[in-house]
Design a protein around this ligand. Sequence first.
Ligand SMILES: *[C@@H]1O[C@H](CO)[C@@H](O)[C@H](O)[C@H]1NC(C)=O
Ligand SMILES: *[C@@H]1O[C@H](CO)[C@@H](O)[C@H](O)[C@H]1NC(C)=O
Ligand SMILES: *[C@@H]1O[C@H](CO)[C@@H](O)[C@H](O)[C@H]1NC(C)=O
Ligand SMILES: *[C@@H]1O[C@H](CO)[C@@H](O)[C@H](O)[C@H]1NC(C)=O
Ligand SMILES: *[C@@H]1O[C@H](CO)[C@@H](O)[C@H](O)[C@H]1NC(C)=O
Length: 390
Amino acid sequence: MVFSSTKCRWASVFLLLVVCSASAVVEDGSLVNGDFESPPSGGFSSDAGISDGPAVIPGWKTNGTVELVESGQKQGGMILIVPQGAHAVRLGNDAEISQEVKVEKGSLYSVTFSAARTCAQLESLNVSVPPASQTIDLQTLYSVQGWDSYAWAFQAEEEDARVVFRNPGMEDDPTCGPIIDDIAIKKLFVPEKPKDNAVVNGDFEEGPWMFRNESLGVLLPTNLDEDTSSLPGWNVESNRAVRYIDSYHFSVPGGKRAIELLSGKEGIISQMVQTKPNKPYRLTFSLGHASDACKQPLAVMAFAGDQAQNIHYTPDSNSTFQTANLNFTAKAERTRVAFYSVYYNTRTDDMSSLCGPVVDDVRVEQSASVRIRVGGLGLLLILLLVVVLL
Ligand SMILES: *[C@@H]1O[C@H](CO)[C@@H](O)[C@H](O)[C@H]1NC(C)=O
Ligand SMILES: *[C@@H]1O[C@H](CO)[C@@H](O)[C@H](O)[C@H]1NC(C)=O
Ligand SMILES: *[C@@H]1O[C@H](CO)[C@@H](O)[C@H](O)[C@H]1NC(C)=O
Ligand SMILES: *[C@@H]1O[C@H](CO)[C@@H](O)[C@H](O)[C@H]1NC(C)=O
Ligand SMILES: *[C@@H]1O[C@H](CO)[C@@H](O)[C@H](O)[C@H]1NC(C)=O
């Protein structure tokens, strides 16, 4: 009697565990076998040939020509690029990989992944969590390593999400196609607007997943929808990406994260901030270098409402950044704040990786000092009036 009831309790505890683990939402970090280092059941095939059947990749569903590639593997004299570790996957024409994850319905998520192109110049990657999708252009190489990390965000419409990577390309050589590695996910929160600052996430601390040991930062491609941005609050308005950088591998003015602007005016970040019409405001921000051997000069074009200012970074051996500001009068309830790099900078050590000025700690505050000055002006007018009347 006692024995069987104990068994029952154990069984129900077990059931509870099963139920709990089945509904557990995905944790921040790598997806299952997101680095493609788990060996397939038959082991990694060490020869460079392409298997006829679809590769069975632990954790992933595939469709079309999906190949596990190994670092050092050659194709027609060219060594294939594997971003991290020893393995990655390559997607042939119209091929895809996907993984199902449990997410929190209604929440915002960002997917980080590394990608390299192989033969063609015009390779791209369609990242989706149906019905949301974005095609990421891999044509521009931002770093000389030949690969980059990217982030893309989506709003979870269902608890069951399928993260899909598809090569929409149709190349003559079916073995061409992008290489993907290091796929991770992160649930984002939208930071509250601070009381004394109209900018949301002005310190850029909330953003996509970054692997601690990946040194290239994460590119944020075009994103015009501020509600689904990997960088909550901000849009990437341009057709080129900006780089999200961390303090482990770059110089960052404040906290652990900042933005490095790339590609001149082809890389623009912006935010619509809440303002009161006809009130004076001041935009302040940190402007610096990332300690990535970026060729000077570094400068940004900063916009706030109808004001625009070109601000050059002045190198100072004691600091990696300076504080810059721009005064403006709000014309409406929402004012656009935006930044782009004035120059098209590259690194001095490899002459080709894109780099640029770092922006951080963006603040928009109603300016009290200007109000005092207006008060002084009023006093002056009254005095003048008195003088005229006399
Ligand atoms: C594989 O992709 C093709 C089209 O590219 C599609 O018709 C087919 O249904 C897909 N198969 C699976 C199992 O998803
Ligand atoms: C990307 O893939 C999604 C889902 O597979 C599809 O709905 C969408 O049309 C594709 N986008 C492009 C630009 O091909
Ligand atoms: C990076 O860290 C992950 C674990 O966080 C590890 O599996 C991987 O091997 C590391 N990669 C390198 C190149 O150190
Ligand atoms: C750097 O710091 C040192 C001492 O802390 C000071 O003497 C020097 O003037 C500073 N240089 C600059 C450019 O601010
Ligand atoms: C903005 O106004 C403040 C206070 O009036 C002033 O100190 C600052 O220099 C102004 N900034 C610019 C860029 O003119």
